[in-house]
Design a protein around this ligand. Structure first.
Ligand code: GRG
Length: 308
């Protein structure tokens, strides 16, 4: 069944309480993450994995996955293992990104980075442990979902973190370091692969698990691509305008490293304008879902209004 219905004009919407929605999503995801990764022998690696996984963060990726599963006719329970997997993959990428061989950062989610606490060797392994566990948890604990849809979600996650996604984006980012002639096209490649890819997978996996039709999935993919790029543009802006205390990570790193970013290429005002334009395009994509898309519409707006 295609979920959109263009025959009816949009109804007057009831106000949607995004703050309560995000708080509930975050609490449910954090409870599931806490329960799925108990400390066992060898304790140090589990402690290191839990240190970063349970360090906070907005939990935007898992919440998007829960939201699209519900939009497509499923439940939060059906999507919770995949939501946890997305947060594990995201956390893994942050741990590895912060390593001295990559971005070399000391501070993340308001705390010292994983390698600062556990050492580089354990931090690498904590990332690896989270990467592997993400796939195990989806395959092992997903309930009330068609097996072929679980397989599709697993494949979607694999494509997202590999060379076609996060790894590829990170490689081009590393290659671009210290270069002043990085083009907007290259910057778009980096951002769509490093950042948008996981947000896109979050949106798509929820809908895949609920068995969404191809046309609905396409619409959701386009929504995700727009919010993913907007998210990274705002990230670039916040690196310049926000403080370390608010961000929970080192501020001003891009400028200090001479990194080419959206604000460095286009200026702050034009970058903000582009992010807003992308958010409007994202909202337009999901408007045909009517009130079922209220969480996605509100999350799109939140992306440009967030301050961390
Ligand atoms: C090892 C398979 C493998 C992949 C890793 C290191 C790497 C390849 C990719 C780097 C990806 C990366 C760190 C992108 C930055 C994405 C980003 C904007 C992170 C900040 O996300 P928020 O603001 O953070 O949602 P919180 O803390 O709120 O979750």
């Amino acid at each position: 069944m295609v979920l959109t219905d263009d025959r009816h004009p949009p109804q007057q919407e009831a106000p949607f309480d995004l703050r309560a929605y995000l708080a509930e999503g975050k609490a449910r995801v954090e409870d599931a993450l806490d329960r799925c990764l108990p400390i066992t022998y060898p304790e140090r690696i589990y402690e290191s994995m839990r240190y970063s996984l349970l360090a906070g963060g907005k939990r935007l990726r898992p919440i998007l996955c829960l939201a699209t599963c519900e939009l497509a006719g499923g439940t939060w329970e059906m999507a919770m293992p995949t939501a946890c997997a997305l947060e594990m993959l995201h956390t893994m990428s942050l741990i590895h990104d912060d390593l001295p061989a990559m971005d070399n950062d000391d501070y993340r989610r308001g705390k010292p980075t994983n390698h600062k606490v556990y050492g580089e060797d354990i931090a690498i392994l904590a990332g690896d442990g989270l990467l592997a566990y993400a796939f195990e948890i989806v395959a092992d604990t997903t309930r009330n979902v068609e097996p072929q849809n679980i397989l599709r979600a697993i494949a979607r996650l694999g494509r997202t973190v590999g060379a076609a996604g996060l790894v590829g984006g990170q490689v081009v980012d590393l290659e671009s370091e210290g270069k002043s002639d990085v083009t907007l096209e290259t910057l778009n490649f980096i951002h769509t692969h490093k950042t948008s890819a996981l947000l896109e997978a979050s949106v798509e996996c929820g809908a895949i698990l609920a068995g969404a039709e191809a046309a609905d999935l396409d619409r959701l993919s386009r929504y995700a691509r727009h919010i993913g790029l907007a998210f990274q543009i705002i990230d670039d802006i916040l690196d310049i305008t926000a403080s370390k205390e608010v961000l929970g990570k080192t501020a001003g790193k891009d400028v200090a490293a001479g990194k080419v970013t959206f604000p460095s290429l286009l200026g702050l005002d034009e970058s903000r304008r582009r992010a807003k334009e992308l958010v409007e395009s994202a909202k337009a994509e999901v408007s045909a879902f009517g009130s079922a898309a209220l969480p996605l519409v509100a999350i799109a707006d939140y992306i440009t209004s967030r301050n961390y």
